[in-house]
Write a protein that binds this ligand. Structure first.
Ligand code: AMP
Ligand code: ZN
Length: 471
């Protein structure tokens, strides 16, 4: 049997292309991580979920993954926050990093192999700048900072399709983020200002005290851990310019080699039609999902119900739809677990569903089609289970097919993974508690709550009913 094709849209070529890892075994992926000065918002997590989908689809395809996600723990915004709080960048970033990992775990985003921090890689960054200066691709300007000379690097603009005729030689930009219309020589190393020194954001270098520009950290950490040519580099669509364009310039300028074979970018999450962004103040966080009792499975379902290269608008109606959708998935899992047998027809239904889901996922991560196929499977399988068959093999095939489909989508609501006996007991106790409350017998309700919690089960009352999970 020939190995299935795995196709991905490559921003570099603007085409869906056939992908396989350079060494045939392990896919080396670099994913730009969060700037840890405020908890990541759900827009950021849409991008991280697209990357989670990518790594899980790659694993389903049978390849290994080595994923590096950096944590940006020094940049303009972090220094500003530390300055305002009269503290250091490390004190700003440490608690936010903790929240990031807890939020990521809540959304069941699988661990990357490495989470390197920018501040732990200053020597590697200085090394790249030295090489660029030696090659005359970078220069120290009279403001004491070192800049990349974009007109000296012939491929500048190849990712973002910048019209390089517009490039003004010698014009410089010191900020980390700027627009394509303002393509200029960008800062690799920024001369230290008093607030950098005060907040612990200054290091020694051959060009004096200073700190790295944002783009430089990703070149340094990607090449250190994944080699000079990566298989895939990912991020949100806003990173194409300038961040990824500048990463290419620094990396390819210093090594003379292709930096990444594939570039994959996820589209934005919107609220009320505009991009969710910290600076617009329209952000929702994972904590908001917890507070509103939206199960992680439902948020995953919501994100995956739109293709990653299309914009996705967040609304309570859409979230409600996803909550209902994963409830159906949960009921099905319970039913599969409790069934003793099935009709022989279930065998082919399950195999077809798995093949359809796999084909969709391997075709540029088409999760909406995969979810559609999953629901068709559930509908057909439920009809078969209604017929009370006794075929154990068909049932086992269905369980395994569901397991493989869900190994990528991971959309079963939290309480369902538990032992069905325990689940039934908890549901029964929760109903008893609800009845006690409606009779205003609060002492009894509290007693039931304590009884449930004494079994190592956490319960939480939310606008969508009482949720529970094993602690
Ligand atoms: P940041 O912490 O700002 O560096 O962003 C982390 C990641 O989230 C980057 O890959 C961004 O491209 C991505 N991102 C930022 N805003 C959104 C949004 N509204 N929707 C999807 N991805 C986003
Ligand atoms: Zn980056």
């Amino acid at each position: 049997m020939t190995a299935p094709d795995f196709r991905l849209y490559n921003t570099l070529t603007r085409k869906v292309e056939s992908f396989s890892p350079a060494d045939g075994k392990t896919v080396r992926i670099y994913t730009c991580g969060p700037t840890v000065y405020r908890p990541a918002h759900l827009g950021n997590f849409r991008t991280f979920l697209f990357e989670d989908l990518l790594r899980r689809a790659i694993e389903l395809r049978g390849w290994k993954v080595k994923q590096v996600m950096n944590l940006t723990d020094v940049d303009d915004k972090i220094i500003k926050a530390a300055s305002e709080q009269g503290t250091t960048i490390a004190e700003v970033t440490a608690p936010i990093t903790k929240i990031f990992h807890a939020d990521r775990a809540f959304l069941r985003i699988q661990d990357a192999e490495l989470y390197p921090k920018a501040t732990d890689h200053i020597p590697e960054m200085i090394e790249i700048v030295k090489r660029l200066v030696d090659k005359k691709l970078a220069y120290k300007a009279d403001d004491g900072s070192v800049y990349f000379a974009i007109d000296k690097f012939k491929d500048y603009g190849k990712l973002s399709r910048l019209d390089t005729r517009e490039v003004k030689a010698g014009a410089r930009v010191i900020q980390d983020d700027y627009s394509k219309e303002n393509a200029q020589d960008f800062a690799l190393w920024k001369a230290a200002k008093p607030e950098d020194e005060r907040t612990g954001a200054a290091w020694d270098s051959p060009w004096g005290r200073g700190r790295p520009g944002w783009h430089l950290e990703c070149s340094a950490m990607a090449m250190k851990y994944l080699g000079e040519t990566l298989d895939i580099h990912c991020g949100g669509i806003d990173l194409i310019f300038p961040h990824h364009e500048d990463e290419i310039a620094q990396s390819e300028g210093s090594t003379g080699k292709l930096f990444s074979r594939f570039w994959c970018h996820g589209e934005f999450l919107l609220t009320e039609g505009s991009k969710m962004a910290k600076r617009l103040g329209n952000v929702a966080t994972v904590q908001d999902l917890r507070d509103q009792g939206v199960p992680a499975a439902a948020f995953r379902h919501f994100v995956f119900s739109t293709h990653y290269r299309k914009q996705l608008n967040m609304s309570s109606e859409a979230l409600e739809g996803s909550i209902e959708g994963v409830r159906r998935i949960g009921d099905f899992v319970q039913r599969l677990a409790e069934a003793k047998g099935a009709t022989p027809e279930l065998e082919k239904i399950a195999a077809d569903a798995e093949a359809e889901v796999t084909a969709a996922l391997f075709d540029d991560l088409n999760a909406p089609i995969a979810l559609g196929a999953l629901f068709t499977f559930i509908r057909k399988a439920n009809a078969e289970l209604d017929r009370n068959g006794v075929d154990k093999r068909a049932l086992e095939t269905a369980r395994k097919a569901f397991g493989r489909i869900n190994s990528v989508l991971d959309v079963v609501p939290e309480s369902v993974g538990a032992d069905p006996e325990i689940a039934r007991w908890v549901e029964e106790r929760l109903t008893a508690r609800k009845d006690a409350r409606s009779r205003r017998e609060f002492a009894e309700a509290d007693r039931i709550r304590a009884e449930i919690e004494s079994k190592g089960i956490a319960i939480e009352d939310t606008p969508h009913g009482t949720k529970w999970r094993l602690r």
